[in-house]
Design a protein around this ligand. Sequence first.
Ligand code: ADP
Length: 448
Amino acid sequence: MFKKVLVANRGEIAVRVIRACQELGIATVAVHSTADRDAMHVKIADQSVCIGPPSAKESYLSIANIVSAATITGAEAIHPGYGFLAENSSFAEICERVGIKFIGPTPAAIDTMGNKAAARARMREAGVPIVPGTPGPVTSEREAIEEARRIGYPVIVKASAGGGGKGMRVVHAEVDLITQLSTARAEAEAAFGNGEVYIEKYLVEPRHIEVQILADEHGNVVHLGERDCSVQTARHQKMLEEAPCAFLSEKTRRGLCDAAVRGAKAVGYHNAGTIEFLVAADGSFYFMEMNTRTQVEHPVTEMITGIDLIRQQIKIAAGEKLPWKQKEIRFQGHAIECRLTAEDPSRNFSPASGTIKYFDAPGGLGVRVDSHVRNDYTVPPFYDSLLVKLIAHAPTREEAIARMERALRETRLEGLATTREFHLKILKNEYFIRGELATDFLARRMGV
Ligand code: ADP
């Protein structure tokens, strides 16, 4: 096992990873920008290194500074968390070259799955159903027009390098195609330095369901069931996730989980990964993309399986075999996560900054709080707006909803706009309660 791990991230996920290391008896190195000098992840780590000014580009995204910090402190491995460099194959490769273990998949797997057009092709070869669309990137306007006609409107133009909802445009009719194509291209070029786009069918009212997999470096792959992430803002940001999806037939669930394992095996994947699918009302499902890292919503899976995913990631990277076979993985109860962010729901979820005057975390049976905030914490305006992940676990979905509602009421998070009350409204929504969810739930049923 590693003796020392560097955590190349900040916020709640850095805290989460450091906690897992501590339980494994591994020393930790935190890295931070000058804006995060007093941050919780810095406080709880054994050592910390300042890696630059507030701008993420010069700190949390600086491969040179992070690798130097690892070398100077003698860290043997780096956990990238999510966001920042987590899906950057050059980073993984450089770590490898200087003899530092990257806690994640190989650079080649990151590359294949990181390019959505390439990933679609690979998954199709592996017999995983994909959303009908272009076989690869579209190279001319003419090709786009022909392909969109063939696929049938509405279609969605997507950036091959896309992520975080960027470089994605829904097109309802041919007259808008060319404008939206160039908007998506420009957005992708600006965000990812790669303007390549492809076109796929825009599915009507699908659920977003993803499957968590774990794969060791000895060829063993298991799935840890699914998560329903259909509650998303108009910008496709997830707000609330649950596990399992209480409304899938056993047949669809098995199909999804088998496809995820097949997909992971096809790319020689190892470590933790998530395969995202869109599931239509009739139970047909389509591969959408794979995230080659830890997901924000991983705790709901941990609650229903009792498996610490971060701990497993570290053990896999250290060369250990998965300790269980598929049939030994048991699922218990229902878990819901609410992402409390510093965003103002009344202003189109625009980011709010300021100081948290009071933070009282909830507690009690089945309530988990993953967070890096505390009283008098000033939210730096430079990074993600996630403040607190509240997770409720209970025997049934109904009880998990009641428990989450209780936990949200108990939470005091004052000083700036947050989504706490909005989450309470979601839990009260009759469609949510009945589980009539699709990715347009917030827009259609909550008017945002
Ligand atoms: P990103 O990587 O930018 O988050 P995704 O490919 O994961 O983008 O898609 C994000 C969300 O966009 C999905 O959860 C879904 O709500 C919506 N979406 C993406 N592709 C389609 C599609 N073909 N049909 C309908 N909705 C889609």
